[in-house]
Design a protein around this ligand. Structure first.
Ligand SMILES: Nc1ncnc2c1ncn2[C@@H]1O[C@H](COP(=O)(O)OP(=O)(O)O)[C@@H](O)[C@H]1O
Ligand SMILES: [Mg+2]
Length: 228
């Protein structure tokens, strides 16, 4: 997998006269299996950048090439298929379906696959086991703590063994000990599956554990630092 943004701009058009520039002149390349932390003050464009990388929104100018293919030349429908096959998402607010049990939430990304229901259920149960929640499989989100819900979200994001994991402040709602557990889990599973991770975070201890730290300010990348 290789992702490359070249000269990417994003402007939100609120109305004909009101335009909010969110990204300008973004150049960024992410290679297979990398772990990248994305930091910068609120409003600097982190979530917008993650949405573009995750094929959830599109640049207003510039190029996003996904595995060597310019996304401007690929239909949104085909991009949605790439997204389902190759990308997992974790958000600050867990985003679980409230009326579905843990295992059904985890199984959800597999719904569109041409395999049998029992194969999908087995995969979901394995993913729950990998995050230490097999015993909560039948519980609903409201019956679980924030940390447990986020573990379910991690299982859901990784059940496909995606090549890219996009995490938008995944520890933002958790106390620091629980946040650390979630981070350990993400790092362990991503390493095991060879999944590249790009994680927006305010948590300095999270950012310090990433090999690569990209810092944004006001819609731009102001530093891109790697450490050994
Ligand atoms: N859907 C949207 N419509 C209009 N403006 C938006 C939208 N999403 C984000 N913005 C604006 O774009 C800028 C970048 O926001 P965002 O990407 O959410 O930053 P961050 O995640 O770093 O806090 C901000 O000025 C924000 O208000
Ligand atoms: Mg954000």
């Amino acid at each position: 997998m290789q992702l490359e943004l070249t000269g990417v701009e994003k402007t939100y058009n609120i109305s004909d006269s009101v335009k909010v520039p969110a990204l300008s002149g973004i150049d960024l390349r992410i290679e297979a299996g990398e772990f990248v932390s994305l930091v910068g003050p609120s409003g600097c464009g982190k979530s917008t950048l993650l949405s573009i990388l995750g094929l959830l929104t599109w640049p207003t100018a510039g190029c996003y090439s996904f595995d060597g293919r310019d996304t401007r030349t690929v239909s949104r429908r085909d991009q949605a298929r790439w997204r389902g096959d190759a990308i997992g998402f974790i958000f600050q607010s867990y985003n679980l379906l409230p009326r579905e049990s843990a295992w059904r939430n985890v199984m959800f990304p597999l719904s569109f696959r041409a395999n049998t229901r029992s194969t999908r259920k087995t995969a979901a149960m394995h993913a729950l086991e990998a995050v230490g929640l097999a015993h909560r499989a039948d519980h609903f989100p409201s019956q679980m703590s924030g940390g447990e819900q986020q573990r379910v979200a991690v299982a859901r994001a990784l059940v496909n063994r995606p090549r890219l994991l996009i995490a938008d402040e995944p520890t933002g709602n958790l106390d620091s000990a629980t946040g650390k557990e979630i981070l350990n889990l993400i790092m362990r599973l991503a390493t095991e599956y060879g999944t590249a991770v790009i994680m927006a975070t305010h948590d300095a201890s999270v950012a310090s554990r990433a090999r690569r730290k990209v810092t944004m300010s006001d819609g731009r990348i102001i530093s891109d630092a790697r450490k050994e």
